[in-house]
Design a protein around this ligand. Sequence first.
Ligand SMILES: Cc1ncc(COP(=O)(O)O)c(C=O)c1O
Length: 336
Amino acid sequence: MHGYVPGEQPRGGSVVKLNTNENPYPPSPAVVAAVAACASADLRLYPDPAATPLREAAARVYGVTPEQVLVGNGSDELLTMLMRTFVGADDVVVYPEPTYSLYDTLVTIQEGRSLTIPFPPDFTLPPAIADAEGRVLLICNPNSPSGTFTPIDVIADLAREWAGLVVVDEAYVDFAPASALSLLARHDNVLVLRTFSKSFSLAGMRIGLAFGHPDVIAQLGKVKDSYNVSRVATAAGVAALEDYEWMRRNTARIVATRQRLTDGLRALGYDVLPSAANFVLARRSGVVQASIQARLRERGVLVRHFATPRLADALRVSVGSDDEIDRLLAELRPLI
Ligand SMILES: Cc1ncc(COP(=O)(O)O)c(C=O)c1O
């Protein structure tokens, strides 16, 4: 749904795909082996409905109990479950914007109301958030598409004051300095969402994790499809967590390349916000970037452009490998 364009195929030569924040490096060989081992007659059997082995592995790695963990078919499914559980007609969901566009779509499906508070130009969390009222407060941290990071103590202060649920979407947190998971012990109203699509190189497998108070997790579980996570995804998730070091090595490489990308884009005249994610937002103030995106695409380099007033003069570029970033910068240079 997000970023996939049918027919987006190479026109001769290889395509450099920097538009949906996938990982340029492969998943751990242990994950590939675990997936291969699933190709057996056991596929005739349903998976464990609660993905118990994966919840137990996540509990060990992240220092929580299995009752605090819910597994989704990607974190997009967890967001859907969240809205179906907690948002009914006219319920208010608060979030700063621009942010992940799926939030608005899901609130609309529930006939709820999005109360959006604009980020200032530096994308620090707008103070007006603290005064807003609603059932759910959503904070994407690091935020997409800005890549900016809100310090965890700022989120802790909000969680203390906020009467409803505070959801922290940490899709990109493994590229960032800190996580809101540390808040779970003190704040029953915090729910943290994670995905294996980015740092664990498993976008194609569809695995997401929700961490929260056992009562909140139990509520969410009520709207879950019985067998929402396949045997293959469950095994892949366990293997990925067991080879956590593989993920850490790849995220360290991506963080190093993020700096090269930032420096390279700045040298071409772009303003680049400091990013704590695996992408950067690069802006040329007042210069609409739609045609740059289209021309890059003709040259086989895919980046993301958002046709909204606030973001029209910006491009979001995923951090690929060093070679991919060199190719992007080389293709971009003659276009500006
Ligand atoms: C902020 C944010 N949350 C959630 C997701 C969904 O991730 P998943 O692949 O786990 O559904 C994305 C994917 O791009 C994202 O950017």
